[in-house]
Design a protein around this ligand. Structure first.
Ligand code: BJW
Length: 232
């Protein structure tokens, strides 16, 4: 069975990682989505670095939850027939046991050189970072995809959506494209679609099956159901 799973901030919420659009959606008085733009970085790089530096530091205080671990179990069973795509820049899928995760909006523990496009594994703060080790320019930025930038791995994602038998979307509001459009794309190519979210997302009407509740309960149950079908 070929499966594409798309995860968003909701899968990490029970691990203690704040989502973007729940509660007040604020960080130091800024809307978090306003800090996550190239315009904000040009206008005020220090504030944007502090935002990502704080989130990178917080990774040390959180752990994967049963939803991350259940998807790792699914990956072990399906191998290359599972494409796990996440919009999240945390590393909880990897720490939950999924080695091959497509981070379409980038990763906190990586730096991108805006001058030469080199990527470097990154721990600790990026504010006052040394110049890029490759080209020597002082142009390191968080390796994340901001509004107006092109998400990563789109060719691989589109190919997988077009051959998927099942598309499952977990913990995302359906407010941000192109990820929000994956359900219609997969359905148009014949995939069965399922949403697992705390509440109905903005795209809930596009899913054949929508289940509402915490990811830590819904995801292990859905994985068990899917594995039973695979093994039948
Ligand atoms: C739980 C739970 C629990 C809670 N259990 N569930 C007009 C129309 C259409 C599109 C556009 C438009 N104007 C501009 C655009 C394009 C734009 C866009 O979508 N804008 C919208 C605002 C309309 N998109 C872009 O610019 C993208 N690029 C692009 O389109 O390039 C063109 C192109 C595409 C493809 C090929 C070629 C060219 C780039 C988007 C980049 C998004 N970046 C961010 C920040 C960077 C990363 C970071 O800092 O972390 O990514 S924004 C932010 O939103 C972040 C997230 O990954 C993303 C999605 O958020 P997510 O994960 O859905 O979180 P929430 O908080 O919104 O939702 C959480 C959900 O979980 C909720 O539903 C809760 O209920 C649920 N939940 N607890 C289960 N315990």
């Amino acid at each position: 069975m070929r499966v594409v799973v798309l995860t968003g901030a909701g899968i990490s919420a029970e691990s203690g990682v704040p989502t973007f659009r729940d509660a007040d959606g604020l960080w130091e008085g800024h809307r978090v989505t306003d800090v996550a733009t190239p315009e904000a970085f040009v206008a005020d790089p220090e504030t944007v670095h502090r935002f990502y530096d704080a989130r990178r530091a917080a990774l040390d205080t959180v752990e994967p939850n049963p939803a991350h671990r259940a998807l790792a179990e699914l990956g072990e069973a399906l191998g290359d027939d599972l494409l796990l795509v996440t919009q999240n820049i945390d590393d909880l899928h990897e720490r939950g046991g999924s080695p091959d995760v497509l981070h379409m909006h980038g990763r906190l523990r990586s730096a991108l050189c805006a001058a030469c496009d080199a990527r470097t594994p990154w721990e600790g703060p990026m504010l006052d970072a040394p110049p890029c080790a490759g080209c020597g320019e002082a142009a390191l930025r968080p390796d994340v995809v901001w509004f107006g930038e092109v998400p990563l791995g789109m060719d691989r994602i589109v190919e997988a959506l077009e051959s998927a038998e099942v598309f499952c979307c977990i913990g995302t509001s359906g407010a941000v494209y192109p990820a929000a459009g994956f359900v219609q794309h997969a359905a148009a190519y014949g995939a069965r679609t399922v949403e697992l979210n705390l509440v109905p997302s903005e795209g809930t009407a596009y899913f054949a099956d929508s289940r509402h509740g915490p990811a830590s309960a819904l995801v292990p149950a859905w994985v068990a159901e899917t594995l039973a079908e695979v093994r039948a």
